[in-house]
Design a protein around this ligand. Structure first.
Ligand SMILES: Nc1ncnc2c1ncn2[C@@H]1O[C@H](COP(=O)(O)OP(=O)(O)O)[C@@H](O)[C@H]1O
Ligand SMILES: [Mg+2]
Length: 240
């Protein structure tokens, strides 16, 4: 089905958080009668933040993505029903890793409905991931520097793959609102979905501190955020 690459060169914009929310959201959806989507998250971040978001207990890592690339097997950590994770042990990527990462992901794609790539820009694997991705999703802050970065991405990637831009950690300041409005004018002429902004909010911080996703609370106040993420899920489901 699809490989989804969550991309932004900037740290802290919510790539890992968004990856986990979207991946979990998809894993809850029945894609054919009686069968929910099987979802995998892989990372090139040896901090393995996805585990911090997903699990309350520290777990001992065995062999991660490096081993999958070298030998075709390794750790596969269950995060939720239908949602698995391949961690990364070290960010020293060998030439062989770079050569084989694409074919490794293609092989994994046969076993999953969706694979999410939570990448760190410093890994230098950007080109590989852009090539292999069916869908690129860009989370970002609404500030000048991040927007310049996003514009740069839009100039250099295969624009047809970029399906959604998700303003995140939004503080609703007049300045951010103005930047978002200006940016909306730029995006309006394209097929890319620019979602409503996801606020920087204690609601989300609380969920994170309990290792929960937005799909694991009955708090009504989280509904607008579920709606935003739901729009992105729809874009992913409608796919390639
Ligand atoms: N909408 C949000 N509201 C509150 N905290 C958020 C939100 N999105 C992300 N965070 C927090 O911001 C920090 C950075 O997010 P993260 O996903 O780790 O960014 P990245 O992977 O892009 O570096 C994390 O501590 C995360 O818990
Ligand atoms: Mg991250």
């Amino acid at each position: 089905m699809s490989i989804v690459y969550i991309k932004n060169n900037k740290g802290g914009v919510g790539k890992s958080w968004l990856t986990f929310q979207l991946a979990h959201g998809l894993s809850l959806i029945e894609i054919t009668e009686g069968r929910k989507a099987k979802v995998l998250i892989v990372t090139t971040d040896s901090q393995n933040n996805i585990l911090d978001f997903a699990l309350s207990k520290e777990i001992e890592l065995g062999e991660g993505l490096e081993s999958w690339v070298a030998k075709g097997n390794g750790d596969l950590i269950r995060l939720r029903d239908n949602l698995e994770y391949i961690p990364l042990n070290s960010s020293n990527f060998t030439a062989s890793f770079k050569n084989k990462i694409k074919s490794t992901l293609y092989t994994l794609k046969e076993k999953y409905d969706y694979i999410f790539i939570d990448a760190v820009p410093v890994a230098g694997l950007d080109k590989e991931f852009e090539d292999i991705a069916d869908i690129i999703i860009i989370p970002g802050f609404m500030d000048i520097v991040t927007l310049q970065g996003i514009n740069k991405i839009l100039e250099t990637v295969n624009i047809n793959k970029v399906k959604a831009i998700v303003p995140n950690r939004f503080n609703n300041s007049a300045y951010e609102k103005k930047l978002l409005n200006n940016f909306r004018e730029v995006i309006d002429g394209t097929k890319i979905l620019l979602t409503s902004p996801i606020p920087q909010t204690a609601l989300i911080t609380n969920l994170i501190s309990k290792n929960k996703t937005v799909w694991e609370t009955s708090n009504k106040r989280i509904e607008p955020i579920q709606e935003v993420l739901g729009e992105v899920l729809e874009v992913i489901l409608n796919g390639e």
